[in-house]
Write a protein that binds this ligand. Structure first.
Ligand code: ADP
Ligand code: MG
Length: 705
């Protein structure tokens, strides 16, 4: 761009100036820029390179050293396509006043249509001395036309931007470069000087300058550190605001767990709590003692016995004549929890209700009435419980099971919207999808965390094998044999009916059932899937639990929570289609009793990620290890639940590598929100605005937006 242009731009530019008003931007650039979300100057500045490249400075050809990456400019004097030998190649001789260099591109003979004699080229690549002079193999090249010759290039670090079709990285680089001088001084910093210098952070403007126009690797490091910290700080502020909103939502019922309560509850459980369960039950009891609403995440691997711990908390609420609710992600799981708890509470005075979408409206109205009057002490339900028409007399304990299936939004819904002065419930959220520690800290920091260590006694580890599709027959034959020995099995298929799968695989439940008829004709088989009504589903589950059905052929409706200890074999069709957390959950349906259990993954790996998931499954049954692997395979933005909680806003920050920054952000965010709740006050206006921009959706729930 000419000097004249850059002057006019700098005079009129704002961060909000639309890109189509920039002189450098041409009509054909606009589509791709919009695709990239780069609609104005501010967005251009915020568009960071995904890597940097070292670019050698230009030299006279005679001065080019052999054995190094060099940059040369010259006029093409001769070109040649050679199709002989093993590799076809295109050659161009490039000359300046001092000498010539030969450029050779292997397997790129199409270049003869692009590079012609008389053109001026700039080439970069590793030079080597060959017979007859200097040669560069497969150099990067660019055409220099008289009009836009930027002059001789000096050595530099070049930013390489993520881009999209129709806009090459060099073009995007020029567009971004054209606004930097004018735009950078307009960037205000939301961190003040004292704060920055204490923590050795560069200014925001400097950080952007260094990312786009680094003078050294150190520049890039300092910039990255600052920008990664900003991402982490905003995320931590969001977490702290949510935390404060949850804790500050009025008072909760203070319910000290007395010895009498503990004795009564323990007497009803058909087993003794494990030390891991006792420890967490103790942590929850401490929460319930206080009149501050508890918000606790209870992590425990599949089968660790979270239900009993949650039940103890709910019964404490009931003992205080208040109400308790258990929220499950699927109807099947809600029904199972309801049946299981009803069994444990048989002959007690506790009144229970089940609320799911399947109930008729008359039934529902009746239950709603009993919840509102307090006639129901303990309610189990699906998200139907979150509907606005559900009112409680005094809800004291809320348990959300398998919380990874719920978003932050739903989590907040139950605890919000009360009449002024009404008591807020204590909330426990349970998950069997262990969240790696750094992730838990960063996105669930609004919750206190308890971990149930260990499994109930007598469990034998599940043996996991992975087989390929041609071995399916053998797997089903093995299943038939196990069933003949009195064991029970699940077979999971990815779809109810999906037509033919690849490789002749039975993709769907219908074909799985067919295979079972052929391979295990003696077995009593039943199907279970999401399109069945509760009336159809319940007897199937009841008969499977009673041992009257040998094989349950199911879709992923059984993924979470289903608990039938006698089932010992899990066969998963098309295991490559499932996520790691899902596979671990499905596998967790077996190995719940004392008998040895196994899990067979029938899979054709289709992608490196699928391969990595299957490998992880066969290598460990430890949910925490799998969660770490999952994080490594997919990155934090993809972890269920974490996305809604804001992890996808982390672009530069890496939770493992930037652990120290994370700790600093966490500490500082807590202090900031303590000192200025919701960041009110003019001195925080900028930070507050940026916070809302990054995390407005989840913050709206906390009443901030
Ligand atoms: P999850 O943590 O996966 O929700 P559950 O609460 O469903 O696990 O418990 C898994 C199984 O272990 C259930 O059959 C439950 O009855 C049993 N269980 C739970 N705690 C104990 C214990 N302390 N001793 C023996 N069995 C237990
Ligand atoms: Mg459970």
């Amino acid at each position: 761009m000419s000097i004249l242009q850059s002057v006019t731009v700098s005079q009129s530019i704002e961060l909000t100036t639309p890109v189509d008003r920039l002189p450098i931007v041409q009509q054909r650039d606009i589509g791709p820029l919009i695709t990239l979300g780069l609609t104005n100057v501010g967005r251009l500045v915020a568009h960071l390179p995904h890597r940097h490249e070292h670019e050698a400075g230009e030299d006279d050809i005679a001065e080019l050293p052999a054995g190094r990456v060099v940059t040369a400019r010259g006029i093409v004097s001769d070109t040649r396509v050679s199709n002989f030998g093993r590799r076809p190649k295109f050659e161009a001789k490039i000359e300046d006043d001092t000498g010539f260099v030969k450029c050779v591109w292997f397997n790129q003979t199409y270049l003869h249509r692009k590079i012609h004699p008389e053109m001026t080229l700039r080439v970069q690549g590793k030079a080597k001395r060959v017979e007859g002079g200097l040669q560069i193999s497969n150099p990067q090249w660019e055409l220099l036309t008289d009009g836009d010759d930027p002059g001789r290039r000096s050595e530099r670090i070049r930013p390489v931007y993520p881009t999209t079709e129709g806009l090459d990285a060099r073009r995007l680089e020029s567009i971004i470069a054209s606004v930097l001088d004018a735009a950078l001084p307009l960037i205000e910093d939301h961190l003040d000087d004292a704060y920055r210098s204490e923590r050795e952070f560069v200014t925001l403007a400097d950080a952007y300058r260094s990312m786009h126009r680094p003078r050294s690797e150190d520049d890039i490091r300092a910039a990255r550190r600052r920008l990664a910290f900003d991402e982490l700080l905003l995320l931590q502020l969001a977490v702290q605001v949510r935390r404060q909103a949850l804790r500050g939502a009025g008072k909760a019922a203070a319910m000290p767990t007395t010895e009498a309560i503990t004795r009564r509850v323990r007497a009803r459980l058909p087993f003794t709590l494990t030390p891991g369960q006792e420890k967490v039950a103790g942590e929850i009891a401490k929460d319930l003692e206080q009149d501050i609403p508890a918000c606790r995440l209870i992590q425990g691997d599949v089968g660790s016995g979270k239900t009993a711990v949650a039940l103890a908390a709910m019964l404490t609420g009931v003992a205080y004549k208040h109400q308790a609710a258990l929220l499950a992600p699927t109807e099947l799981l809600a029904e199972q929890h309801f049946a299981g708890i009803r069994e444990i509470l048989r002959d007690s005075k506790v009144t229970m209700a089940l609320v799911t979408g399947s109930a008729s409206s008359a039934e529902r109205a009746a239950v709603h009435e009993r919840l509102a009057t307090g006639a129901v002490n303990l309610v189990v339900g699906t998200h139907a419980l979150l509907s606005e028409s559900v009112k409680f007399k005094l809800l004291a304990v809320v348990v959300i099971d398998e919380q990874h299936r719920f978003g932050v939004a739903q989590r907040a819904a139950l605890s919000a919207e009360r009449e002024p002065g009404a008591l807020a419930p204590h909330t426990l959220v349970m998950t069997a999808t262990p969240i790696p520690r750094t992730l838990a800290m960063s996105v669930y920091g609004d919750l206190d965390v308890s971990v149930i260590e260990g499994l109930p006694p007598g469990r034998t580890p599940i043996k996991t094998t992975r087989v390929s599709v041609p071995m399916r027959e053998q797997v089903y034959a093995h299943l038939a044999k196990r069933v003949a020995d009195g064991e029970q099995a699940y077979v999971v298929a990815p779809a109810i009916d999906g037509g033919d799968g690849e490789n002749g695989a039975p993709m769907d439940l219908a074909r799985t059932l067919e295979q079972l008829r052929v391979s295990a004709p003696e077995a009593r088989v039943a199907a279970l899937h999401g399109r069945m009504s509760r009336e159809e589903r319940e007897p199937v589950m009841a008969r499977f639990r009673a041992g009257e059905i040998d094989v349950l052929a199911a879709t992923t409706v059984i993924e979470v929570g289903v608990d039938v200890p006698n089932a010992t074999l899990m066969v998963i069709e098309h295991a490559e289609r499932f996520g790691l957390a899902q596979l671990h959950q499905l596998r967790g349906r077996v190995g719940r009793g004392s008998k040895a259990s196994s899990c067979v993954l029938i899979a054709e790996a289709t992608t490196p990620e699928a391969e990595a998931r299957l490998k992880a499954m066969t290598e460990t049954t430890d949910g925490f290890v799998l969660a770490e692997r999952d994080l490594a395979i997919r990155g934090p933005g993809e972890i269920a639940g974490a996305q809604q909680a804001g992890a996808s806003a982390l672009k530069l920050a890496d939770l493992e590598r930037d652990r120290e920054l994370l700790m600093m952000a966490r500490r500082d965010a807590a202090a900031m929100i303590d000192a200025a709740p919701r960041l009110v006050g003019p001195e925080h206006a900028l930070l507050r605005r940026r916070l809302l921009k990054a995390h407005g959706e989840t913050l709206a729930l906390a009443g901030m937006a």
